[in-house]
Design a protein around this ligand. Structure first.
Ligand code: GUN
Length: 296
């Protein structure tokens, strides 16, 4: 079997065109654009790159963006002030606190400060709590897990009743995507660094979400034939054959996995473009809600 390759860039472009139309409608109705505010503290190059990409996507789609860029030695008070300023800014509808924060900063306190109405990353403890509970609706769901769910839909994966295996239990991806799969009635198993026999568990999976941050960790030989595989990993590895000397690979060994899977997402060009798209979608959703509240 050769898998259907899920092209996240093409899917994201299609969804972004719809979001751009929605932004036009918003601007026509209210006379201003939706706005996203980012808080970036520290000198993590990957975080800086994510924030640059998110701001570029804002420019391209018609969302205004501002960034509070702070040094690695910023204090709790300074980071909290940046969040409060964005909470109070009527032209800002979505707030993104780029994680991880420097180690002296209490992340939970910062995320708790983000206005629920502007929590477009879905990381406020109340939103995560709502996501975890049956019969409750979070205001927003986190971008990368939502992007994974869109890819599953695009792959025509049957989620209800499926065995879904999530590899990785991070607050940003593994845990929330497991909760989203559970809400969609999958039988969910979360594997992590202490799990015994991950290959044996993956072999039972109709759906595999790989979010462990280890290059090519999941092998094709572990997969159940026909499984739908979403690869969240973006790992930089040496590549002497490339001009730059490195390349990015996922958490799944693509070459062997594509021979067994029914569908598999690419790296790069899989989940990544959808993450940013879901953030844009949440920002526009926030803008409509906030604008409607303030005109009522
Ligand atoms: N760090 C890595 N991924 C993300 C994300 O989706 N949102 C935020 N805020 N920080 C991240």
């Amino acid at each position: 079997m050769t898998a259907t390759i899920l092209d996240g860039t093409a899917i994201a472009n299609r969804i972004r065109a719809q979001i751009a139309e929605d932004i036009e409608r918003f601007k026509n109705q209210y006379g201003y654009a939706p706005g996203l505010g980012a808080v970036l503290a520290g000198d993590n190059p990957a975080s800086a790159q994510y924030v640059r990409m998110k701001r570029r996507a804002c420019d391209a789609i018609g969302v205004t963006s501002v960034a509070h860029v702070m040094t690695a030695d910023s204090t709790q008070e300074e980071v909290e002030q940046a969040v409060k300023a964005l909470n109070d800014d009527p032209k800002i509808h979505g707030i993104l606190v780029q994680l991880p924060l420097p180690k002296q900063i209490n992340e939970e306190r910062v995320l708790s400060l983000v206005s629920i109405d502007k929590d477009v990353d879905g990381f406020h403890p109340i939103n995560i709590g709502m996501l975890a509970m049956k019969g409750r609706e979070p205001s927003f769901t986190p971008a990368t897990p939502t992007g994974c769910m869109v890819l599953l839909q695009e792959a025509d994966a049957k989620i209800e009743g499926a065995n879904a295996v999530v590899i990785g239990r991070s607050n940003i991806v593994g845990l929330p995507v497991a909760m989203m799969l559970l809400r969609a009635n999958a039988t969910v198993t979360i594997c992590h660094s202490r799990t015994q026999d991950i290959p044996g568990i993956v072999r039972q999976a109709d759906i595999v979400i790989a979010a462990i941050g280890q290059p090519e960790f999941v092998k094709g030989s572990w997969l159940k034939p026909g499984a739908v595989v979403i690869d969240v990993g973006t790992n930089q590895v040496d590549d002497p054959t490339s001009e730059k000397g490195y390349k990015f690979v996922g958490d799944v060994e693509f070459e062997t996995a594509k021979e067994v899977a029914g569908a598999i997402s690419k790296v790069p060009g899989g989940v990544g473009p959808l993450t940013i798209t879901m953030l844009m979608q949440n920002t526009v959703k926030a803008a409509w809600r906030i604008a409607a509240k303030s005109t009522n």
